[in-house]
Design a protein around this ligand. Structure first.
Ligand SMILES: Cc1ncc(COP(=O)(O)O)c(C=O)c1O
Length: 366
């Protein structure tokens, strides 16, 4: 009997001819380009993170994590109860997610199928479009105007065709635009067949929230993150809030352990240190003002912002400025691609001292 010829081996892996089918919606996707590495120690004004580090209470709490705790699959209920209380909601109205990114994927898996349409005001947080396209949805976009004002009339009109989801970042990244209660009410009233996500990733810096409305609005989901004001971006923790029935529907599509135990320990410690959070937010708001006035003084156009960042138009030369500052260890985010021309730069507001350092550097380099 003849022994069959062995397939060639390479690095210990059997190589056979395979033919794999990618989902059509994934074929055209470009992978997310993560920030350059090696940002630690630099003046990080490019990703709207907390610029001074999280509360020291977070590290103390994490050092108390036991080896046994790390061997257990995460247990969520007690943490969820305590965290829900700090947000003023019931545990059944809250879902913990692996960052808001994971929350967006969950929304897609719950409400969107190939061919569904979703509505996005652009420019905005790029992950709305990314996850929608990955899910095979058609993305309908309405544009912020040249003054970075929200396209309310266009959005209300687009809602008539009942997209599955309408994504609103409030305040919006990168424009900084903040919608008040009147505009949000008009949107929710005009969306009886659309789930409206109000993404409040920057809530702490704006103070406007739709969170209490989840009880009376069956088409509303609010998201928050621990990545920004709380300074826990590395731990990946976000939350979705909705009426209990809607939250239950989303739980059906959820993975069993989306969040790790260490993130929960950190989040609880961060929320318990209200003073640290409050002081940091106060500094950022002061700094945002300083930054806007300083940039205007240097001749840049600045748009009103409710976030921990400011969008500025430096005219041509914005990209060059970003590159020059990067050489000095100051990182900003070039947003030219959002607007189709050079000049637009998004700058995180850190502490007033950090902002003064930045303004001096811009004066020298621009
Ligand atoms: C509007 C908005 N939502 C969500 C996020 C990301 O949140 P997370 O780190 O929880 O995924 C960002 C980050 O830049 C953002 O700008």
């Amino acid at each position: 009997m003849r022994t069959p010829a062995r397939p060639p081996r390479r690095h210990g892996v059997l190589r056979r001819k395979v033919s794999l089918q990618l989902r059509p919606s994934v074929r055209g996707l470009a992978p997310y380009s993560a920030p350059e590495e090696g940002r630690e120690g630099k003046l990080r004004l490019d990703f709207n993170e907390n610029t001074i580090g999280c509360s020291p209470a977070v590290l103390r709490a994490m050092r108390r994590i036991t080896r046994e705790q790390l061997t257990l699959y995460p247990e969520y209920q007690a943490s969820l109860r305590r965290l829900a209380r700090t947000f003023g909601v019931r545990p059944e109205e809250m879902l913990l997610t692996n960052g808001v990114d994971d929350a967006l994927r969950l929304l897609m898996e719950t409400f969107v199928e190939p061919g569904s349409s979703v509505l996005v005001p652009e420019p905005t947080f790029s992950m709305y479009r990314f996850f929608a396209e990955a899910a095979g949805a058609r993305v309908e976009a309405v544009r912020y105007d040249d003054g970075m004002r929200f396209p309310l009339e266009a959005a209300l009109k687009a809602l008539r065709s009942a997209p599955r989801i309408f994504f609103i970042a409030n305040p919006n990244n990168p424009t900084g635009t903040l919608l008040g209660h009147d505009a949000l009410t008009r949107i929710l009233d005009a969306a009886p067949r659309t789930l409206v996500l109000i993404d409040e990733a920057y809530f702490e810096f704006a103070g406007v929230t739709a969170l209490p409305w989840i009880r009376k609005r069956a088409n509303l989901v609010v998201s928050r993150t621990f990545s920004k004001a709380a300074g826990l971006a590395a731990l990946r923790l976000g939350a979705l809030f909705a009426q209990a029935g809607l939250a239950d529907a989303m739980r059906r599509a959820f993975t069993p352990y989306p969040v790790n135990s260490a993130a929960l320990v950190a989040a609880e410690a961060a929320m318990a240190d209200g003073k640290f959070l409050h002081d940091y937010v106060r500094q950022v708001k002061k700094s945002r003002e300083l930054l806007a006035r300083g940039l205007e003084g240097l001749g840049a156009q600045v748009f009103p912002s409710g976030g921990n960042f400011v969008l500025a138009d430096f005219g041509s030369g914005g990209g060059r400025l970003v590159r020059r500052l990067a050489k000095r260890g100051i990182l900003l985010r070039d947003r030219a691609a959002d607007f189709g021309r050079d000049g637009f730069v998004r700058i995180t507001a850190g502490t007033p001292a950090q902002t003064r350092t930045l303004l001096r550097a811009i004066e020298e380099e621009w």
